[in-house]
Design a protein around this ligand. Structure first.
Ligand code: F0G
Length: 373
């Protein structure tokens, strides 16, 4: 009886996940003996979306959502940050710096705190954020994790130039995705998708900002294929916000504007590698309007029960657009990456619903009356 129960339970029983550096070590450039700075990132849920399948009505289409909001600081950035901070500490660069639309700063601050816990007492994190355009949850995270937060009077692109300059001339580790250690960690998302599905998806849909993530996914799929672990790589669809769509337009955008503040970027650092991923995969990049982003954002919350932030919803808004353009095919397996947790941006969430709670005396009869139960 007990034997049978254990046999039924065992394949699904949770085991201690060691974090992605240890999980994928032979495929990462982290030298043996390095002290690993980890918060248990990676191994995020891949959730089938019956709501999206039902809405798109493409025969045999399977849609999955890669819920990166389940990472420790609530976004995919933790994948690249475990490797970037681990390597920075190994090299003796105890001050870390980044420019950020919010998530990178939250993640850098968290992993720098984790480095202090691991014995690097002098570890210190500095983050530059664009003045007034960072979602509240992200800002409070960076502060709570103990980073020094500097709001610059300019956008993300300006802030990135500043941290590049500061880190070039000082013993400071730049932990934006221009640091190859970040891409190393982030490529594991591609490995994980293939491992969870048992094969690569046919189509991968991603929001694009500074273009580090799309480059990292492509690197991951390419390495898995080279190793013979998968036979083919997916087609990649990238989506930028219409007011911040330099790659779609083909030129930098001086003053990017979008409700999806995480991808409010006018001159992506990894522009070239993004184009390479798109062309090698036979995919495409397009823009989605703020209205389309907000519609997908509300849909994911209320029709699917998965909360992401507006920038993440661009991957789903983009999928809806791709369906209208006839870019989906029968029987395809699609993965949309939900890059950041819905709790990051409570202000946009509250603006998206009519927040007027019913007011009622505190007794069951009144509440029942109030609700017409
Ligand atoms: N989704 C979210 C939630 C993000 O925070 C970002 C980027 C992206 C998508 C786009 O990824 O830049 O690699 O193309 N956020 C950066 C930041 C810029 O500073 O947190 P990307």
């Amino acid at each position: 009886m007990l034997k049978g129960l254990l046999a039924a339970l065992n394949p699904h029983k949770p085991k201690l996940w060691p974090g992605l550096i240890r999980a994928y070590r032979p495929l990462l450039s982290v030298a043996g003996g390095t002290k690993v700075i980890t918060l248990g990132e990676g191994n995020t849920p891949l959730v089938r979306s019956l709501a999206i399948e039902e809405r798109l009505k493409v025969s045999g289409l399977r849609v999955y959502l890669k819920f990166e909001g389940a990472n420790p600081s609530g976004s995919f950035k933790d994948r690249g940050m475990t490797t970037a901070i681990t390597q920075a500490m190994r090299r003796g660069l105890y001050t870390t710096i980044c420019a950020s639309t919010g998530n990178t700063s939250a993640s850098a601050a968290a992993y720098t705190a984790c480095a202090r816990a691991a014995g690097f007492d002098q570890a210190r994190c500095i983050v530059l954020i664009p003045d007034g355009y960072v979602a509240l949850g992200k800002l409070s995270q960076a502060l709570m994790y103990g980073a020094q937060v500097v709001q610059v009077a300019g956008n993300f692109d300006r802030a990135l130039n500043i941290v590049r300059e500061l880190s070039e001339t000082r013993p400071i580790a730049l932990v934006n995705s221009v640091n190859p250690d970040r891409i190393e960690g982030q490529k594991t998302a591609a490995f994980e998708l293939c491992d969870q599905l048992g094969q690569p998806p046919d189509i991968l849909s991603l929001p694009v900002g500074n273009a580090g993530n799309i480059s990292a996914y492509w690197k991951g799929f390419t390495e898995y294929r080279r190793l013979g672990l998968i036979a083919a790589r997916p087609t990649v669809f990238g989506f930028q916000a219409a007011g911040a769509a330099p790659i779609v337009l083909g030129y930098p955008v001086e003053n990017p504007e979008t409700i999806a503040t995480a991808i409010r970027i006018g001159n992506p650092a990894s522009w070239k590698t993004a184009l390479k991923a798109l062309s090698e995969s036979g995919g495409f990049i397009d823009s989605v309007t703020d209205e389309e982003i907000l519609e997908a954002y509300s849909f994911l919350h209320s029709a699917q029960g998965l909360g992401c932030e507006p920038a993440s919803a661009a991957s789903v808004a983009g999928l809806f657009k791709a369906a209208q353009m006839g870019k989906l095919f029968k029987g395809a397996t699609v993965v949309c990456v939900l890059t950041g947790n819905g709790l990051k941006d409570p202000e946009t969430a509250l603006k998206s619903v009519s927040f007027e709670p019913l007011k009622c005396p505190a007794d069951a009869t009144s509440v029942a009356e109030c609700l017409s139960l």
